[in-house]
Design a protein around this ligand. Structure first.
Ligand SMILES: Nc1ncnc2c1ncn2[C@@H]1O[C@H](COP(=O)(O)OP(=O)(O)O)[C@@H](O)[C@H]1O
Ligand SMILES: [Mg+2]
Length: 280
């Protein structure tokens, strides 16, 4: 396990323990109206990473969802940077429907998609939709500890309403369209007229749509969906994904005429400075 993963898991455990302790002791959480930093009479609030004022009300979330647990941490700032870069990509017609993919499994697509969706929901006061478009290995619901009754593949194969699969989350402004495994022909489902119709419908309802997908080199899904969107963010696992593998993924996407908007490097190992440890 990497140092960052260990630190995040330790921090999440400690936070849950603090929350449990707080509930047992019936100590009221700090008031939202009076943030604890501004009580500091010695000077202005310090720009240090802080534990969120509202303690996490959803337990069982994956500790890698730093944008939820530590919205002002340096890691969350990196997701914020991705958000601002996306928003400033094209001033007149900036991308609003984004596919998150990578060359292979395990590179951090789903974690990136969720963190980006959370940061957008927190920072942009408009409805954001996160779609789990990986119908081979849907995992968004696990990372967010959701219990969907049905998902994307069910919607595309059965006669169920869109409303019945849209899940509100406890994160303000964030809705999830969960994934479900397709029994047969997963890729052709994504090419169906119903999928196109779905995207048209949700584009009119949500400000930003983030779509997590299966890896580019495993199946054709990412390219198929990307054609109907504004482009792809390609996730790359640092010190793991080989240059030739990335190049193959790039050419597969180019063949499907999907535009690569940018790249996200994950699993970056660097020592965590002391002051961050103090606030984890
Ligand atoms: N940015 C990251 N930094 C460190 N570890 C990460 C990061 N993103 C994901 N991981 C780790 O990699 C695992 C796989 O991530 P996931 O997003 O499920 O990959 P994918 O969707 O590409 O298959 C996660 O369980 C987590 O342990
Ligand atoms: Mg995934």
């Amino acid at each position: 396990m990497s140092k960052i993963t260990e630190a995040l898991q330790k921090a999440a455990k400690e936070r849950e323990e603090r929350l449990r302790q707080q509930q047992e002791d019936k100590v009221p959480p700090p008031s939202k109206e009076v943030p604890s930093q501004s009580i500091n009479k010695k000077g202005p609030p310090r720009a240090l990473p802080t534990v969120p004022l509202s303690p996490p009300s959803i337990t069982g979330l994956d500790p890698h969802l730093v944008t939820y647990f530590e919205p002002h941490s340096p890691a969350s700032e990196q997701y914020r940077l991705i958000r601002t870069n996306i928003q400033s990509l094209n001033a007149k017609n900036s991308p609003h429907t984004l596919v998150i993919s990578s060359s292979t499994y395990g590179e951090g697509k789903t974690i990136t998609a969720i963190n980006l969706a959370i940061i957008m929901a927190q920072d942009i006061n408009k409805p954001i939709l996160l779609i789990d478009g990986d119908i081979w290995k849907p995992q968004v619901y696990q990372y967010l500890n959701l219990t969907p009754k049905a998902g994307l593949a069910d919607f595309l194969t059965d006669n169920i309403s869109l409303e019945s699969i849209l899940l509100p989350t406890k994160i303000n402004n964030l809705t999830v369209l969960p994934g479900s495994k397709a029994v047969s022909n997963p890729s052709s489902l994504l090419e169906s007229a119903k999928m196109k119709h779905l995207l048209t419908e949700i584009k009119s309802r949500f400000e930003y749509i983030i779509i997590d997908t299966a890896p580019v080199l495993a199946v054709t899904d990412a390219g198929i969906i990307a054609r109907e969107t504004d482009g792809v963010l390609l996730v790359i696992k640092a010190n793991a994904t080989k240059r030739e593998v990335i190049q193959r993924a790039q050419s597969v996407l180019a063949e499907t005429k999907a535009e690569i908007l940018g790249y996200v490097l994950t699993h970056v190992e660097h020592p965590i400075p002391d002051f961050i440890y103090r606030h984890l």
